[in-house]
Structures are given as C-alpha cells and as structure tokens.
Design a protein around this ligand. Structure first.
Ligand code: B4P
Length: 194
C-alpha cells in the first residue's frame, strides 16, 4: 500500500508510538525527525553537535537543517511507496517544504492525523518516560518549554491542514490500542478513497 501520512500533535501525544505501530502494519517507513536528530547527537556528527543544545533546551532545530535531513531520508529506497512522518512538519516553513519535496516526487500528503492530549497528561507521560528512558529533554522545565514552542509554532499548522480537508482529529487521551484503532480506521478510509 502507498500512504503518505503526517502524525501531528503536541510532544508526548503518542505520535511516535502510533507511527511505529502503523509502519509495521503497512510496511511503509516511519520517518521520525526526533529519532534521526537523536542518532546524529549520539554519533557526534556536525548536525548532532548543533542540534544537541537546542533539543536539550526544548527548542526547535532550524528549519533548513531539519528539512535537508528529511530530504535525504525521503530519497532512500524504502520511502518509494510512501512514508509516515512523525514530528515533521513542526513549523509553517517545514509544511511548505514538505509539500515541495513531495511534489518533486509526484506525491502529496494524503492525511494528517492530529493526536491531541491535554497538557497535564503530557507532562505526566513525559516525566514517566524520563524515569524509564532518561531522555535529556524530558525534564520538567524542558517539557514546559516544548509545550510552549508547540503552541506557538506547531499548533497553527492544524488550521492549514483543516482548510485543505486533510486533518483527522483523534483523541489521544485513551489507551494505545484505542488510539491505534482510530488511526487504522482513518488510513483504511484513505485507501478506499484512493
Ligand atoms: P520528538 O522526538 O518528535 O519528541 P516528542 O514530540 O516528544 O514525540 P515522541 O514521538 O517522542 O513521543 P510520543 O508522543 O510517541 O522531538 C524531540 C525534539 O527534537 C524536539 O523537541 C526538537 O527539539 C527536535 N525536533 C524533532 N523534529 C523536529 C523538527 N521537525 N523541527 C525542529 N526540531 C525538531 O510518546 C510519548 C510518551 O507517551 C512515550 O513514553 C509513550 O510510551 C507514551 N504514550 C504514547 N501513547 C500513549 C497512550 N495512549 N497512553 C499512555 N501513554 C502513551
């Protein structure tokens, strides 16, 4: 199946969790800009050295760097039949860049799954993940800053995708299985419409 899906929502809403489940089901790769950036940090690449302090502060890595990285990932063979974007786009400039990159490949975003969760649940989930995984950007102060940046720079993208009729809003404040069932329904609808 070919599918180009954007997972959109606040930090900790379950984008990564749901994208990885759907990727396994559809055989389409999950492209997580957060994961690629963390891999660069771990390897100590030039990009990783720039991204590390920005991520630890809960800010966004500059659009040009993230988009360049995404373009390279999208050119890999496994993304020929589609991709599940997890954590990209996060700004208007990134959304425009994604449209351009896909148009160059004769493709477009099929559906945007907006997984929303209240702030207090997000804080609880991310502090729990900090205990389990020790991610450097899951401290209370950084989580607050990530939420502020999300509201200011990323949340306005919902209106853009709503206007294009691509937005499907899901209640992310339920079990992983319940949210996954909605994700599956949204994507099945897509394949019937194609
Ligand atoms: P990300 O890696 O995208 O981090 P995230 O927003 O926290 O999402 P993630 O996918 O990890 O969390 P999930 O909701 O699955 O970004 C990290 C940083 O990288 C950014 O702050 C930024 O600095 C940089 N970055 C990344 N992309 C960028 C871009 N495009 N432009 C600029 N900078 C960029 O899960 C969270 C937790 O909740 C997990 O522990 C999970 O187990 C749990 N969970 C999930 N679903 C649940 C459910 N239904 N019930 C209970 N718990 C659940």
């Amino acid at each position: 199946m070919s599918a180009t899906v954007v997972f959109f929502g606040p930090p900790g809403s379950g984008k990564g969790t749901q994208a990885s489940r759907l990727a396994a089901e559809l055989g389409v790769p999950q492209i997580s800009t957060g994961d690629i950036l963390r891999a660069n940090v771990a390897l100590g690449t030039e990009l990783g050295k720039i991204a590390k302090p920005i991520m630890e502060a809960g800010e966004l890595v500059p659009d040009e760097l993230v988009t360049k990285m995404l373009k390279a990932r999208l050119a890999e063979r496994d993304a020929e039949n589609g991709a599940l974007f997890d954590g990209y786009p996060r700004t208007v400039a990134q959304a425009e860049a994604l449209d351009r990159l896909l148009a160059e490949l004769g493709r477009r975003v099929d559906v945007v799954l907006f997984i929303d969760v209240p702030d207090d649940v997000i804080v609880e989930r991310l502090l729990n993940r900090a205990r389990l995984e020790g991610r450097a950007d899951d401290t209370p102060a950084t989580v607050r800053e990530r939420l502020r940046v999300y509201r200011e720079k990323t949340a306005p993208l919902a209106a853009r995708y709503e206007a294009s009729g691509k937005l499907v809003a899901l209640d992310g404040n339920r079990s992983v299985e319940d949210v996954a069932a909605d994700v599956k329904r949204a994507v099945e609808g897509l394949s019937r419409a194609a």
